[in-house]
Design a binder for this molecule. Structure first.
Ligand SMILES: Nc1ncnc2c1ncn2[C@@H]1O[C@H](COP(=O)(O)OP(=O)(O)OP(=O)(O)O)[C@@H](O)[C@H]1O
Ligand SMILES: CC(=O)C(=O)O
Ligand SMILES: [K+]
Ligand SMILES: [Mg+2]
Length: 585
């Protein structure tokens, strides 16, 4: 059964010229049954030139009741605003749909970029997430930075805030100098935990009482994964006397790892994944409304589950928990950690201390693949542009490393020291931007996403339907050369399922939940937009499209694919879990 009708109703800037529908029997995937007594409108005319092969049966219609219902949409639109962040809006205006960058950017905030002006420059440069490493600086300093970022967001930016916990590593707390000290070959150093007063050359204080437990004479202490190396020559109680065997710099919070016969000494040092200091930092994060907590040195899923539970009962807003993969134990339990967390950071800095460096590239590729299969965002972190801490241009190898992470379809790239303490933070951010944009367009040209295998995720029928809809929608959008994908989502699930397919057009995720909007800041290819949504999908589409069109960001003839996971109230007649293709008229 197919019924068609002609209508011309003005809805703000949109003209509904034509309506027609086919029975929902044609495809259960694309929508539920259509009730015969109701008039169903297809609010947009399909553009024949661009989507020539498209027939109305590729489109799910929405029931909107009577013509009067359509008129009422006009009233709705008048009072709405669209939370488009300044940077995406500008990028879209300048470069068009395909010019929107897909790979998200995380910047570590430190003394080099903590003023409001510097933070704003990073936001303008495309920073999607600001990372605060709680290992460094004071709580007051972090608080001040978080508040500055909120201030920028009030101005129209959309920068999510991540706190990164100190975790349970053993590191230097005092080496007797305000900044770095040089360890010379053959010099003797004293590693202790006792507090000492004043400056005593060749003494180092570590943070953990039992740091030397299980360590034997002849073992090696490696500083920051190879900055300097010492050999243990004597044990005095818990203290270690060591000889420098490989000279180098020791930074203020240099990390210690212990090696025997060329292998990392596996140590059960009983340090909790979340220390009491970390809990205080997490409290600060909750009270300041941060968006992400990244847990350092995660060893299994337990700490992740515990923190998620804690946050869900103690935080009024949704805070996402990211697991940092930076030790051997995490690699051994990768699947369960990825499953338990809301996202992953491949913390290559510490990981490179624990596993041979030559294993990092394959481990990275594997972690990214597991994350995509489990539909969790993944950040590639550390040393992406290390040379730019000092120099204004990157090495060729660094550009190749970034390109490889983008080719592997990581969700996000991260700057560490480059932005925190470097002299060229904004330039480094611009290298991330241009390098990722270039690789993204190459991947599109080569249809690289065609080789992605997607595992089945959902167990319930409705989850499986959502997943299949997103897989089909992404394929349709690519095959039809559509301009954009619109997704209407409360918790972001549909947006992430679309993103997982790494489609060519950008994904505009409309949500009325600000936590969802901020969480989607880490998701590949998704531009989150804050807007009031109702259960009436047709009204949502009309309103949001009208608002974007009013800004001049979408034009007549542009084709968009629309999917939704807004579950309407039982009384509502709208269909959900649908795919529509529309042409802006
Ligand atoms: N808030 C800060 N204040 C001062 N210095 C910082 C701050 N954040 C980072 N830095 C500096 O930037 C460098 C790189 O930052 P990053 O966060 O990668 O450090 P890291 O200690 O190696 O990371 P992690 O401890 O998470 O493995 C740090 O070694 C530190 O010197
Ligand atoms: C980011 C981080 O913690 C690391 O690379 O070790
Ligand atoms: K940290
Ligand atoms: Mg680390």
């Amino acid at each position: 059964m197919a019924v068609a009708g002609e209508f011309a109703l003005t809805c703000n800037q949109m003209v509904i010229r034509k309506s027609s529908f086919v029975s929902g029997r044609s495809s259960n995937l694309l929508g539920g049954p259509v009730q015969s007594q109701k008039v169903c409108f297809n609010a947009w005319k399909l553009k024949e030139s661009k989507a020539g092969r498209l027939r109305v049966n590729a489109v799910t219609q929405m029931e909107v009741g009577t013509a009067e219902d359509l008129w009422s949409l006009k009233g709705l639109e008048k009072e709405s605003t669209l939370g488009f962040d300044l940077v995406s809006e500008e990028e879209l205006r300048m470069k068009g749909f395909m010019g929107l960058r897909k790979t998200k950017l995380v910047c570590t905030i430190g003394p080099a970029c903590c003023s409001l002006e510097e933070l704003e420059k990073l936001a303008q440069g495309g920073m999607n997430v600001a990372r605060l490493n709680m290992c460094h600086n004071t709580r007051e300093w972090h608080l001040d930075v978080i508040r500055k970022i909120k201030k920028l967001n009030d101005k129209g930016y959309s920068v999510a805030v991540m706190i990164d916990t100190q975790g349970s590593q053993i590191h230097v707390v005092d080496h007797g100098a305000p900044s770095s000290v040089k360890a010379e070959d053959g010099t003797i150093w004293h590693f202790a935990t006792e507090k000492f007063e004043g400056y005593r050359p060749l003494t180092v204080k570590a943070n953990h009482e039992g740091f030397s437990e299980g360590i034997e004479i002849g073992d090696e202490i490696v500083i920051d994964g190879g900055m300097a190396t010492f050999e243990v020559i004597e044990k005095i109680g818990n203290d270690l006397r060591c000889k420098c065997t490989d000279s180098g710099l020791m930074l203020p919070r240099a990390k210690l790892s212990f090696w025997r016969d060329g292998k990392l000494v596996a140590r059960n040092n009983d340090l909790p994944t979340i220390s009491s200091e970390d809990w205080s930092d997490i409290e600060l994060g909750i009270s300041e409304g941060v968006d992400f907590v990244a847990l350092s040195f995660v060893k299994n899923a337990e700490a992740i589950k515990h923190l998620k539970h804690y946050l869900s009962t103690n935080s009024s807003k949704s805070v996402k928990v990211l697991a940092k993969i930076e030790c051997v134990e995490a690699l051994q339990k990768l699947e369960e950690i990825v499953e338990a967390s809301n996202g992953i950071m491949i913390a290559r800095g510490d990981l490179g201390v624990e596993i041979p460096l030559e294993q990092i590239p394959t481990v990275q590729e594997n972690i990214i693949e597991v994350c995509r299969q489990q539909n969790k965002p993944v950040i590639v972190a550390s040393q992406l542009l290390e040379s730019m801490i000092e120099y204004p241009t990157p090495t060729r190898a660094e550009v190749a490393d970034i390109s490889e992470a983008v080719r592997q379809y990581a969700d996000a790239l991260m700057l560490s020291g480059e932005s925190a303490i470097g002299s060229h933070g904004q330039k480094a951010l611009s290298v991330l931007r241009t390098t990722s944009s270039r690789m993204e367009s190459w991947s599109r040209e080569e249809s690289m996403q065609a080789s992605l295998n997607q595992s089945k995720l959902g167990t319930s029928l409705s989850d499986q339907v959502a997943e299949q809809i997103c897989n089909c929608a992404a394929e349709m959008a690519n095959n039809l050369g559509l301009d954009a994908i619109f997704v209407y989502t409360r918790h972001g699930q549909m947006a992430t399922l679309l993103s997982r397919n790494r489609p060519n057009p950008p994904i505009f995720a409309f949500t009325s939940d600000n936590s969802t909007r901020m969480a989607l800041n880490l998701q590949w290819g998704v531009t989150p937009l804050l807007v009031d949504l109702t259960d009436d999908m047709e009204a949502n589409v009309e309103k949001t499209t009208g608002l974007i069109k009013a800004k001049g960001l979408i034009n007549e003839g542009d084709t968009v694919l629309i999917v939704s996971d807004i579950i309407p109230s039982p009384a509502s007649q709208t269909l959900f879990q649908s795919i529509q293709v529309k042409t802006v008229v």
